[in-house]
Design a protein around this ligand. Structure first.
Ligand code: NDP
Length: 458
């Protein structure tokens, strides 16, 4: 399998893909190793994962450069991601003792009732390329902490990063019979669905997620899905600082070139502040440096996948044909690499693909609304349910809107952020189950209830 740099369109590495034979061998190895790993005390598992987080930080420059070369993320954003992943691991290891240890629930008379969190076994982690450290860490770190073995399939667009993760996990003391990679394209991902894993944890698109959910259902094992979104932001008319809010929202829409599951994908602005908001938003977009991902100061760079350029072209053309106006960008850049100009459209509505389908690129539609009621209705008009955000000086007002929306996360005066302390979960086509927080640590366990009656002097 050739690894292509999306900025130069050159082959930067060639990697041998797995096949069903090699995957079966890896699974057999993991099945053996998992039992031993489960017996390693939790404190020791925590120590090793902390060591892994330390290694990520120590090797941040080379890891960031690899990530940038294979998926085109601006170098500083690659560094940010690795730092963020390392901090996220810190939260998970810091709370694993609290949430994975056995819990005494009740003791009365001669009865004791407790819960023991047993690992699932060997879990399959099929992952996405857009934040390979973050979305990987969300799954394989709690899985390993809980005593599972993991077969991790990085996306083909983050293969070298996957190899780096495996190398440093091993260096940190995670044995190779506890963590293995499945290398290859979506076809290799498909092969994994035929094998008897004890759980499937997928991050990726709704289309693939649905396919996996259907395939895994007869196995009767946990199948958790972190999928895409069409996340809305509403800027209400009582925003105190329009310029600052517009800057924050534009970053939420365009950071990582818009290739974030929780990127802002739709913006609704109260008519009273609409003109001022648009001006501030455009000023911000125009101030960004577009350039090669390894050039200092670059904020907007290449998309990771060539095919996405066509999706963006199609969404823009569809919107324009239905009356949208392009205020900035609107096309590919005429240079080598998968560049697309940061694009802002207004006079958009929900008849347009742009406001309904995930864009996953540097393209945003901004729509004027009359009041909170209209904003709420439009925000809820989606098949997705990952996050939603309200910018307003009033929490009461924001809460009224957010509580009516069917999303896993609600943001007030912020957007496009993930915290390890609270569950990360999608609803509807955005997924099933949670990662992060106590829920994400326990997602990789089977709670066993013990009801104990003491009959002797013990
Ligand atoms: P895909 O669904 O295309 O791929 C995800 C993973 O599945 C990749 O490893 C891919 O392999 C693999 N795969 C592809 N086809 C199959 C198949 N038939 N059977 C098994 N595995 C398969 O998603 P992307 O990688 O393009 O990721 C982008 C999507 O992920 C966006 O929709 C984004 O919103 C979502 N996402 C959601 C997150 C969340 O937390 N909710 C976080 C990050 C992203 P390969 O890439 O090698 O083809």
């Amino acid at each position: 399998m050739n690894i292509i740099n999306p900025a130069t369109e050159e082959i930067i590495a060639t990697v041998k893909e797995d096949d069903s034979f090699s995957l079966e061998k890896k699974l057999a190895l993991l099945k053996k190793g998992q039992k031993t790993w489960q017996a390693v005390p939790l404190e020791e598992r925590i120590k090793r994962i902390d060591r892994f987080a330390g290694l990520l930080k120590e090797n941040i420059e080379s890891l960031a450069s690899t990530l940038t070369s294979e998926m085109g993320k601006p170098l500083q954003q690659s560094r940010n991601e690795i730092n963020g992943a390392s901090n996220r691991i810190g939260w998970l290891t810091g709370h694993a003792g609290q949430f994975l240890s056995e819990e005494l629930m009740n003791r009365s008379g001669d009865m004791t009732e407790k819960i023991v969190y047993e690992p699932l076994g060997v879990v399959c982690n099929i992952s996405a390329w857009n934040y390979p450290y973050n979305v990987g860490v969300n799954v394989f770190v709690p899985a390993l902490l809980a005593g599972n073995a993991v077969l991790y399939k990085p996306s083909e667009y983050a293969t070298l990063t996957g190899l780096g993760i495996a190398r440093y996990l091993q260096e940190a003391g995670i044995p190779e019979e506890v963590f293995q990679l499945a290398l290859g394209s979506g076809e290799v991902g498909k092969l994994l669905l035929d094998l008897p894993f004890d759980g499937y944890f997928f991050t990726g698109s709704y289309k693939t997620g649905k396919y996996i959910y259907e395939k895994v259902a007869p196995k009767m094992v946990p199948c958790q899905l972190e999928l895409g979104g069409k996340d809305p932001v509403y800027a209400a008319d009582d925003i105190e600082d329009i310029k600052n809010s517009a800057a924050g929202i534009s970053d939420g829409a365009f950071y990582n070139n818009g290739q974030s599951c929780c990127a802002v994908e739709r913006i609704y602005v109260h008519e009273k502040i609409y003109e001022a908001f648009i001006q501030s938003f455009l000023d911000e977009v125009m101030s960004w440096k577009i350039g090669a991902p390894d050039e200092a100061g670059t904020y907007i760079s290449v998309l990771s996948r060539k095919a996405q350029l066509e999706v963006l072209d199609r969404q823009v053309a569809d919107a324009v044909s239905k009356g949208a106006k392009v205020l900035a960008g609107g096309k590919r850049l005429d240079r080598k690499g998968y560049y697309y100009e940061p694009t802002v459209l207004i006079e958009v509505d929900h008849s347009m693909e742009l406001m309904k389908e995930e864009s996953f690129g540097p393209v945003i539609g901004i729509m004027k609304v009359k009041n909170d009621e209209e904003a709420t209705h439009l925000m809820q008009d989606t098949e997705y349910g990952l996050t939603a955000s309200v910018y307003s000086s009033s929490w009461d007002r924001a809460q009224k809107i957010l509580s009516r929306l069917d999303t896993g996360t609600g943001y007030w005066n912020c957007c496009d952020r993930v915290s390890a302390a609270v569950p990360w979960s999608g609803r509807k086509h955005s997924g099933i189950g949670s990662t992060l927080s106590h829920a994400g640590l326990r997602a990789f366990t089977k709670p066993k209830a013990y009801q104990l009656r003491a009959t002797g002097s013990e």
